[in-house]
Design a protein around this ligand. Structure first.
Ligand code: DLZ
Length: 208
C-alpha cells in the first residue's frame, strides 16, 4: 500500500463486547476466502469473541443486501450452518479458479463452534467480488448493491461495512485481496473491513 492511501487505523478499537456478522457472496471464491480471512483476523485481534462472529454465505453479490437486511432484523436467531467451517479456516473444498460460484462443501470435520450469543448485531460486513465482464451485468449489480447496502445501514442504524470489490479485471481484484500475481501482492482490504466494523459498532453503541 502506498503512503498516502488507505485509512489511519483507530488505535482504540475494542470489540470485546460486540457481535458482528459477515455475509459473503460465493462468486470468485478464491478472492472471497482471502477477504473473509482478513476480516476475521482483524475482528479477532480487536477482541471480538469467536462466538460473537456469525458468517453466512449467499450465491452472489446481488443477494448481499437482502441477506444483510434479514440478518439485522433477525439477529436474535441462531446462526449459519457454515459458521464452523469459516471460523475454523475457510474449509470450503478445493478451488480451481477465481471466476465461478461455489456451493460450500465440508472437506473435513471442523471443530464445533461455540454457541452464538443472541445479542443484536453491532455491525455487518458485506463481502463480494464483482469483476467486469462483457455485458452490463457488472454495472447494474454494482449500482444496486452499493445503494442498497447504504440504505440498509442508514435505515436500520446498524453499520453495514461495504466489503464489495468492484474490479475491472481479475488482477485488480486479486491485488485488493493480497493475492496479486506479480511482484506486488497488494493488500488485503478485508482487514480494514474488520476494523471498520469494530470501530463503527463501537461508535454506534456510544452514539445511541
Ligand atoms: C451473474 C453474476 C455475474 C455475471 N458476475 C458476478 C460477479 O462477478 N460477482 C458476484 O458476486 N456475482 C456475480 N453474479 C451473480 C449475481 O450476483 C447473482 O447471484 C445472480 O444474478 C442471481 O441473482
Amino acid at each position: 500500500m502506498s503512503d498516502i492511501k488507505g485509512p489511519v487505523p483507530d488505535a482504540q478499537v475494542d470489540g470485546s463486547s460486540l457481535r458482528v456478522a459477515i455475509v459473503h457472496a460465493r462468486w470468485n471464491k478464491t478472492i472471497i476466502d482471502a477477504l473473509v480471512t482478513g476480516a476475521l483476523k482483524k475482528l479477532k485481534e480487536a477482541g471480538v469473541k469467536e462466538n460473537n462472529i456469525v458468517v453466512e454465505s449467499v450465491p452472489g453479490s446481488f443477494e448481499l443486501p437482502l441477506a444483510c437486511s434479514r440478518m439485522i432484523a433477525g439477529s436474535h436467531i441462531q446462526v449459519a450452518s457454515n459458521q464452523a467451517d469459516l471460523l475454523g479456516g475457510l474449509n470450503f473444498g478445493s478451488s480451481s479458479g477465481i471466476a465461478s460460484p461455489r456451493v460450500p462443501s465440508r472437506t473435513g470435520t471442523p471443530a464445533p463452534a461455540a454457541p452464538s450469543s443472541n445479542q443484536p448485531f453491532d455491525a455487518v460486513i458485506a463481502i463480494g467480488v464483482l469483476i467486469k465482464g462483457a455485458t452490463m451485468h457488472f454495472e447494474y449489480i454494482c449500482d444496486a448493491v452499493s445503494h442498497s447496502l447504504m440504505k440498509i445501514q442508514v435505515d436500520t442504524g446498524v453499520p453495514v461495512i461495504f466489503g464489495v470489490l468492484t474490479a475491472l479485471n481479475d488482477d485488480q481484484a486479486l491485488e485488493r485481496a493480497g493475492l496479486g500475481r506479480g511482484d506486488n501482492k497488494g493488500h488485503n482490504h478485508g482487514e480494514e473491513w474488520g476494523l471498520a466494523a469494530v470501530e463503527m459498532g463501537s461508535h454506534v453503541r456510544r452514539w445511541g
